[in-house]
Write a protein that binds this ligand. Structure first.
Ligand code: NDP
Length: 308
């Protein structure tokens, strides 16, 4: 049956302004309504939500407002025959810029100067410490939308970019591709290792003690994907022992990052509060994806970003 109604669950408000998001659907062929948890769904309903809810399995189609849909039970959607789509494909520039920002800061010491600025200090670092990202090697692990977004930008800055993915499809800006079982070879020579993987049973804890040991001691880890891909206590140990030089981290095992986390305290760790995708037009980017799928659903075409 055709879609008659699109519901926006209020949970989207944790990343985008819910009313601006609803307004972004002005002129859509079906009505759009903001809803909370007090609702049943039927086959003629589409739902956009940030969080999973069991009652969505009665809807006609569900769109996860995030790219990482790891909290949604894809098997249950497949079993119920309800298509689930996600918001992949729109984070190349947003998350890519954050990753590049981390690298530029570590190289040019912007974070260090800013810390000293808070104390009105005209700080001069050790001569050996600053460097340029130009000429340095970056290894991007996971080469989808975000990985490519990072790779293209790093390439434009004159970095040598290598990458890891399961398929061997070439990626613009990436000079050398490694398979997942070659991860240690791929990261061994890199000054920066950027994680842009989905969180899956396979990638859970993929970066732990052995990976930090395989990295250069002057290397920086960047995680803009999902917290549990990195064993956080192993990262803290590696930072303490000097197995790695620093980390730019946007995502954590527990969010918000607990006040007691040691990660807050390292000078060479930049903590950003899961804001890789945050821009003033994020709601429009997500609405574009959803609108495209409303049209595809109506026309009986394959939905874009179908993940179950
Ligand atoms: P994509 O699906 O476009 O890309 C993921 C890539 O990872 C794929 O191209 C895939 O390539 C590769 N991959 C998957 N599994 C493995 C594996 N085991 N080993 C190596 N490579 C693998 O997703 P996005 O780039 O849009 O997003 C990636 C993740 O980033 C999301 O899942 C989400 O969790 C996170 N994210 C974080 C945000 C933030 O605010 N910080 C915002 C948005 C997303 P191949 O198939 O060739 O292996």
């Amino acid at each position: 049956p055709p879609l008659e109604q699109l519901y926006v669950h209020e949970s989207v408000d944790s990343v985008i302004p819910k009313w601006a998001f609803v307004e972004a659907f002005d002129g859509l062929s079906i009505p759009v309504e903001l809803v909370g948890d007090d609702r049943e769904y039927e086959e003629t309903d589409g739902v956009v939500s940030y969080v999973p809810r069991p009652e969505y399995l009665n809807a006609g189609w569900v769109h996860c407002a995030r790219a990482g849909y790891d909290e949604f039970d894809t098997e249950a959607y497949a079993a119920a025959g309800v298509p689930l789509t996600n918001s992949s494909g729109i984070h190349g520039a947003t998350v890519g810029e954050v990753a590049v920002g981390f690298m530029l800061s570590f190289a040019r010491l912007l974070h260090v100067y800013r810390d000293h600025q808070g104390r009105r200090e005209w700080y001069t670092p050790e001569y050996e410490r600053p460097f340029t990202v130009e000429g340095e090697t970056l290894c991007v692990v996971g080469l989808g939308t975000i990985g490519e977004g990072i790779a293209r930008r790093a390439d434009a800055l004159g970095m040598d970019v290598v990458g890891v993915r399961r398929s061997d499809d070439p990626v613009p800006g990436v000079s050398d591709l490694f398979a997942p079982d070659e991860l240690h070879d791929a990261i061994a020579d890199a000054r920066f290792v950027a994680i842009a993987l989905p969180h899956t049973p396979v990638t859970d804890g993929m970066f732990a003690e052995d990976e930090f040991a395989a990295m250069r001691e002057d290397a920086y880890l960047i995680n803009v994907a999902r917290g549990p891909i990195v064993d956080e206590s192993a990262l803290v140990s590696a930072l303490k022992s000097g197995a790695v030089a620093g980390a730019g981290v946007d995502v954590f095992e527990t969010e918000p990052l607990p006040e007691t986390s040691p990660l807050w305290d390292f000078e060479e760790v930049i903590v950003t509060p899961h804001k890789g995708s945050a821009t003033n037009r994020y709601h429009l980017d997500i609405a574009e994806l959803v609108k495209e799928n409303v049209v595809r659903y109506r026309d009986g075409d394959d939905l874009r970003n179908r993940v179950a």
